[in-house]
Write a protein that binds this ligand. Structure first.
Ligand SMILES: Nc1ncnc2c1ncn2[C@@H]1O[C@H](COP(=O)(O)OP(=O)(O)OP(=O)(O)O)[C@@H](O)[C@H]1O
Length: 311
């Protein structure tokens, strides 16, 4: 007998308005079990709203949302023990100690992980007696992650899990998320850090203005059309790209994909690089961040929207 498992998350035509503001505007998303999916987008794109609807904290205005095959509002009681939630900003009783808080959450689960082990893995063992309000922002975030994971959820929602963490703490969290994924846990995280999405995700969904504007594996999203390395650089906005295109061999074309970000289409060779830098020098312009190679997710976003991801 073939067992067809329902997707971890399936969203169709999701719409959510706050007054006259449409935060989510017809969003479709499907996430299979055992995947780590990063919902990537700039501030205000609708990521948190989407995740909160999946968690059952907010109601959709229209559209359909299924989490592990269940309706997050109607079937909330059945769903809650099976999912882990790390909300943006976290929160706890200010006086509760880190270890006590995790112990309390663990006590509510049928088959919890060992809280002491989890504190250790997340670098929180030395802080286990520290009251929540005295933990650093990054420690509070890690404790919030520990609380989301201690009940061995099948699916975890993490809203900007590493926001405000130093690089070392971020590395610990990335390692733990990698281990979860290896164990077959499904993870949906939101981020506006493209490095995070590239480092962790099996699948990336880029949202902007409440809609999906691109989706796929990180390598599919960043693959160039011609499968060749391309040349990109930054300089002051408004360079005469027609003039620069004319200076290049036939078939090459330069476009300003966003103010001050330039992209040369065509296969890069040493002569093209030298012509571009020489032409900029003639204009008295410094070509900065000269980059030959595949696009990264930041550049994919820039090309799709003409805006920086971290706006
Ligand atoms: N409770 C609310 N009342 C009114 N507007 C809201 C509310 N929550 C969110 N919004 C608006 O809805 C839009 C989407 O917000 P949301 O928090 O879902 O985006 P986001 O992608 O998670 O952003 P960020 O990366 O900043 O967390 C934004 O314009 C936001 O200002």
């Amino acid at each position: 007998m073939t067992v067809v498992s329902t997707p971890a998350v399936e969203i169709t035509g999701l719409v959510k308005r706050y007054g006259s503001k449409t935060a989510v505007d017809g969003l479709d998303l499907k996430m299979d079990r055992g995947r780590l999916l990063a919902l990537l987008g700039p501030n205000g794109a609708g990521k948190t709203t989407t995740v909160e609807i999946c968690e059952g904290f907010r109601r959709a205005d229209s559209g359909s949302v299924r989490v592990l095959g269940l309706d997050p509002v109607r079937d909330g009681a059945a769903l809650r023990p099976r999912i882990g939630v790390m909300p943006q900003g976290g929160g706890a009783y200010p006086g509760v100690r880190a270890g006590e808080m995790l112990g309390l959450v663990a006590a509510c689960a049928a088959n919890p992980l060992d809280p002491a082990w989890l504190l250790d893995v997340l670098g929180l063992a030395p802080a286990r007696r520290t009251p929540f309000k005295r933990l650093s922002g990054g420690q509070q975030q890690r404790l919030s992650l520990a609380c989301a994971l201690v009940g061995r959820p099948e699916l975890v929602f993490l809203d900007e899990p590493t926001a405000g963490m130093d690089p070392q703490a971020r590395r610990l969290v990335w390692e733990l998320l990698g281990a979860l994924r290896a164990d077959g846990v499904s993870v949906l995280l939101t981020t506006h850090l493209m490095e995070e999405a590239e480092a962790l995700a099996d699948d990336v969904v880029i949202v902007d203005n409440g809609r999906v504007i691109a989706e796929g594996t990180p390598s599919a999203l960043t693959a160039d059309d011609a499968d060749t390395a391309q040349l990109r650089f930054k300089a002051r906005a408004g360079l005469d790209t027609d003039l620069l295109s004319a200076a290049l061999p036939e078939g090459y074309h330069v476009k300003e994909s966003a103010p001050g970000s330039y992209q040369v289409s065509g296969k890069v060779n040493p002569q093209v690089v030298s012509t571009v830098t020489a032409w900029c020098a003639q204009q008295g312009v410094l070509a900065e961040e000269l980059h030959v190679g595949k696009r990264d997710l930041e550049e994919v976003f820039l090309e799709l929207t003409g805006r920086e991801l971290r706006s």
